[in-house]
Design a protein around this ligand. Structure first.
Ligand SMILES: [Zn+2]
Length: 327
């Protein structure tokens, strides 16, 4: 620790002692346009410290931390509790929802329809092994950074962020959320954007929904990636079981897709190796998913610098879409 750092550390200690700084606060300085993904990275560091296995008290603790982060960004929030039965045992879990209502109507006059909404989601629970840095603190981090960057904009649509619980045990949080949407809410949901596992894979992907085959949200994302020279790809369809450009449906996004909502599913893996089914994330080290290697420190050791490059790209594309989208 050098002199400047030591002085800074002392300052932080004093600030904490005086109750000026909340211990879990990530948002300490304003975000710069050229620092895309930097905040997402800090969220991963904090979230991987909480062993938030689906349906446990630690998962509930993580939900409260995420809720506090959203509130710190000025969002109205809600915890949506639910329970599920697995192997004869009932478990409690919860989604964290943050709202940004439309600031101005998209259309005026008697012909104006209901206000459209866009849902951005990422699950925050993890499996027992590893620390869930890639799967899926990375998705939550990107979602929170986007929430921070977009908060000051006046948007012509309702924007809803959801951190899903219990994804790893059967997409339980997403199922509960969609089951509680009214038909009118489903009809006015223009898009659902999902982030799951972003920092490890060799390649960056965005998929459309395989069930409803609506592709415009995916194509919008590809357009913004191209505009900013980011290497975002479509799933290449090398395995006949998985048609090119579509999501295999293994994350929360599948539930929205099955409800007929247009989706864009972001992930980082490698669809060109092994069984070409997207399960092997890297050529060099295989998969990190659900192993002890899903830990930011180990990921940085094996693939130095990769997480930041991935976070920058995924944050930028999603943010650009929300900023420019006009229903
Ligand atoms: Zn996941």
């Amino acid at each position: 620790m050098n002199g400047t750092k030591r002085a800074l550390a002392l300052l932080v200690i004093c600030a904490v002692a005086l109750g000026m700084v909340a211990p879990a606060a990530v948002a300490v300085k304003p975000l710069l346009p050229n620092e895309m993904g930097v905040r997402a990275y800090s969220y991963i560091e904090e979230l991987q410290e909480i062993p938030r296995v689906s349906g446990t008290a630690a998962e509930a603790e993580a939900a409260l931390v995420i809720q506090e982060w959203f509130e710190g960004l000025g969002y109205a929030t809600e915890i949506q509790p639910f329970s599920y039965v697995r192997g004869g045992v009932t478990y409690d879990s919860q989604n964290v929802i943050a709202y940004k209502p439309a600031s101005r109507p998209a259309a005026r006059g008697p012909k104006a329809g209901p206000t459209q909404q866009v849902i951005v989601g990422a699950h925050y629970d993890k499996v027992p092994r590893g620390r869930g840095a890639d799967d899926n603190a990375s998705g939550v981090g990107v979602m929170l950074e986007i929430a921070e960057r977009i908060s000051k904009y006046r948007l012509p649509y309702d924007l809803v962020f959801i951190a899903f619980g219990a994804e790893e045990v059967g997409l339980r949080g997403a199922r509960h959320y969609v089951a509680n949407m009214s038909e009118a809410d489903i009809a006015r949901t223009a898009a659902m954007v999902n982030y799951d596992s972003l920092i490890v894979g060799d390649k960056l992907y965005v998929h459309a929904g395989q069930a409803n085959r609506i592709t415009w949200v995916r194509d919008e994302m590809l357009k913004y990636a191209e505009r900013h020279d980011l290497p975002l790809e479509m799933q290449p369809g090398l395995n006949p079981a998985y048609p090119a450009g579509f999501s295999p449906g293994f994350s929360d996004v599948a539930v929205f897709d099955q409800a007929g909502i247009p989706v864009a599913a972001f992930e980082s893996t490698n669809w060109e190796i092994d069984d070409m089914d997207g399960y092997t994330q890297t050529e060099q080290y295989g998969s990190f998913w659900h192993t002890d290697n899903d830990d930011l420190d180990i990921i940085e050791e094996l693939l130095p610098g990769r997480p930041m490059v991935r976070l920058e790209a995924f944050t930028k594309v999603g943010y650009e879409f929300l900023k420019h989208y006009r229903p």
